[in-house]
Every structure is written in structure tokens, then in C-alpha cells.
Design a binder for this molecule. Structure first.
Ligand code: ATP
Ligand code: MG
Length: 141
């Protein structure tokens, strides 16, 4: 099983909805300094609940919401090769934030996402996530 598509909307530097396909083999993302390469990795860690906001290079979760769009929500979804879709949305409120997790478009608890991923050996272990075995490797260099 591997990731086939990532969709990022209003997360960090991604003001517009952006779809990134992951093909067979490995996918390389290149670009100038500050262009958002690491933010893509952060978005994967965010949607799969593999990292705290601190490891996503944000003081608090709401710092992940794009600063320039004026929209109060950030959303990331990831599609796996078996068709499973994991989605997470955070919304800034007057006093804090809401975080919503979805598994195949149904609202779920974050632990449901974690349980699903752990079946495939996907567990948090640091800032760089290397998903071994049949899972697409996500490596930042
Ligand atoms: P490098 O090659 O230096 O590692 P990079 O391509 O990995 O660069 P990132 O670290 O992904 O770049 O992106 C950094 C940019 O993301 C910065 O310009 C920063 O201002 C921007 N950024 C981070 N959070 C937000 C946010 N909430 N709203 C808008 N922009 C943001
Ligand atoms: Mg970087």
C-alpha cells in the first residue's frame, strides 16, 4: 500500500488547494529555499497525526493555517492505493481551534486514524518519516 495522492488546502504556505500525485517508485519534489518543500512533508505528518505541532515547526496547531488567505480552516487529505482516504481539518475559533479527522469521509476520532495506520506499520518516529515495507517512503533530504 502506498500514498497515491495528497491534497493540501490553506495549510502553511499553500494558499490554494493543491493536489500532489505520488507515482510508483519515488517522487522527488524540488524548489528554491522557502518554497514549501518541507511544508509538504509537514502536511503528511499532520493529516496522518504522526507529529505534534512543535515537530511540524509550529508553536501551536493554528499556526499551520495559512496566514495570507484570511480563511480560518486548513485541510489536508491523503489517498492510499487501496482507496482509503484520510482527511484532517482544523478550524480557528475565537478561543482556540477545532480539529476534525475523517476516515473515508466519515468523521472519526484521531485514534481511529492512528489505529488504521498502525496496521501498516506507520507510526510516529521523529520529524523525518521513513515508511518502510510496502508503504511509499517519505524521506526528506
Ligand atoms: P528549504 O529549502 O529552505 O528547506 P522549503 O522549500 O523546505 O525550504 P518550507 O520550510 O517548506 O520551505 O517553507 C517555508 C515557508 O513557508 C516560509 O516562507 C514560511 O513563511 C511559510 N509558511 C509557514 N507557515 C505558514 C503559514 N501559516 N502561512 C503562510 N506561510 C507559511
Ligand atoms: Mg525544507
Amino acid at each position: 500500500m502506498h500514498i497515491t495522492e495528497l491534497e493540501i488546502d490553506n495549510f502553511k504556505s499553500f494558499t490554494k488547494k493543491t493536489k500532489i500525485p505520488f507515482f510508483g517508485g519515488f517522487t522527488v519534489i524540488s524548489g528554491p529555499n522557502g518554497s514549501g518543500k518541507s511544508n509538504i512533508i509537514d502536511s503528511v505528518l499532520f493529516v496522518l497525526a504522526l507529529s505534534s505541532s512543535r515537530s511540524l515547526r509550529a508553536e501551536k496547531l493554528t499556526d499551520l493555517i495559512n496566514l495570507n488567505s484570511g480563511r480560518p480552516t486548513a485541510e489536508v487529505s491523503v489517498t492510499f492505493s487501496d482507496g482509503t482516504k484520510v482527511r484532517r481539518r482544523i478550524k480557528r475559533t475565537g478561543t482556540g481551534y477545532y480539529s476534525y479527522n475523517y476516515l473515508n469521509e466519515k468523521v472519526c476520532k484521531q485514534s481511529d486514524v492512528t489505529d488504521f495506520l498502525s496496521k501498516f506499520g506507520i507510526k510516529p518516529h521523529g520529524y523525518n518519516v521513513v515508511m518502510q515495507g510496502d508503504i511509499t517512503r517519505i524521506i526528506e533530504m
